[in-house]
Ligand binder design. Structure first.
Ligand SMILES: NC(=O)c1ccc[n+]([C@@H]2O[C@H](COP(=O)([O-])OP(=O)(O)OC[C@H]3O[C@@H](n4cnc5c(N)ncnc54)[C@H](OP(=O)(O)O)[C@@H]3O)[C@@H](O)[C@H]2O)c1
Length: 271
């Protein structure tokens, strides 16, 4: 497994496990098989309502805390300076950790003051060593500008929807130019990622279509957090480092872009 470095020197594996919609009663077995398959980074959020079961599941593994990396995200209703700090405390309790590896603002929203205040709280948590990497999610460049106006510490990551139908070919290099690591959420389009181009490339390399879609992210230094509850597919999704796509294949996948999202557009949507 290859790692990627944030600008502050912290490293994380290029592949992590997303746990959105992993039910509480399944979490133990999902985390156990993921760990056995080599996953060390788990991505949750306050909004997923499963921080408690993730906390219980990783404790059951009985491995040192430093071996695992945990990302969580501040829910929209918990944004703002005081509410961020308070809800972060609750997240740590639920996750049974005394620090979090990565903390993200889940959704930018349409209130610049709220965004700036939330980021102030993130800086405090970072300075106190309670969070190792502070970042964003679903932020456009315009949203990032809000933070750039008032920040002391630059954002380190931005988790965005990315798959062959929403390639983010402008945003990704712009983030990388700012030393912000892009992370692809729903990299498998929530299970709906098959098409002729992907299948043809998969056949050439004797890989699965999912591996092609995930590898396409790795080629651009984009971290991926695919979700699978299935141990075989978990293993498949992490075995991405023994082949390479050609420039022409990357261009063919890029050309599949239609702009279709599986979720809301952060430019207009708030909640
Ligand atoms: N920041 C945000 O706003 C945001 C939004 C959404 C998601 N996320 C994060 O991103 C993670 C991933 O996104 P996601 O969970 O929405 O969707 P996803 O990872 O794109 O897709 C998950 C679906 O694909 C299936 N799948 C997994 N591996 C497969 C394979 N090798 N072959 C065929 N099917 C496969 C899974 O089914 P099985 O379980 O049966 O394998 C599941 O139905 C989330 O879990 C969450 O942590 C963040």
């Amino acid at each position: 497994m290859q790692n990627i470095s944030f600008y502050n020197g912290i490293e994380m594996p290029l592949v992590g496990l997303g746990v959105f919609r992993v039910e509480d009663e399944l979490m133990d077995q999902v985390i156990e098989s993921a760990y056995e398959n080599g996953y060390r980074h788990f991505d949750t959020a306050q909004m997923y309502r499963n921080e408690k079961s993730l906390g219980r599941a990783w404790k059951r593994l009985n491995v040192p805390r430093e071996e695992l990396l945990i990302t969580t995200k501040i829910d929209n209703v918990n944004q703002g300076y005081e509410k961020t700090l308070k809800s972060f405390k609750q997240s740590c309790q639920d996750l049974q950790v005394d620090y979090v590896d990565q903390l993200l603002i889940h959704w930018p929203g349409q209130n610049p003051q709220r965004t700036a205040d939330t980021w102030k709280a993130f800086e405090k948590l970072y300075e106190e060593g309670l969070v190792k990497v502070i970042g964003l999610s679903n932020f456009t460049l315009k949203h990032i500008e809000i933070i750039e106006k008032t920040r002391n510490i630059k954002p380190m990551s931005n988790q965005i929807e990315r798959n062959p139908l929403i390639t983010q070919l402008e945003l990704i290099p712009a983030l990388q130019a700012k030393n912000i690591i892009p992370i692809a959420w729903a990299p498998l389009r929530r299970g709906n990622f098959l098409n002729d181009v992907i299948i043809k490339i998969a056949e050439k390399y004797n890989k699965t279509p999912a591996q092609i879609v995930l590898r396409w992210n790795i080629e651009s230094n984009v971290m991926v957090i695919p979700r699978s509850k299935n141990p075989e597919r978990q293993l498949e999704n992490i075995k991405l480092f023994d082949f390479k796509l050609t420039e022409a294949e990357i261009a063919e996948i890029n050309a599949l872009h239609t702009g279709e999202r599986t979720s809301f557009d952060p430019v207009t949507y708030d909640f």
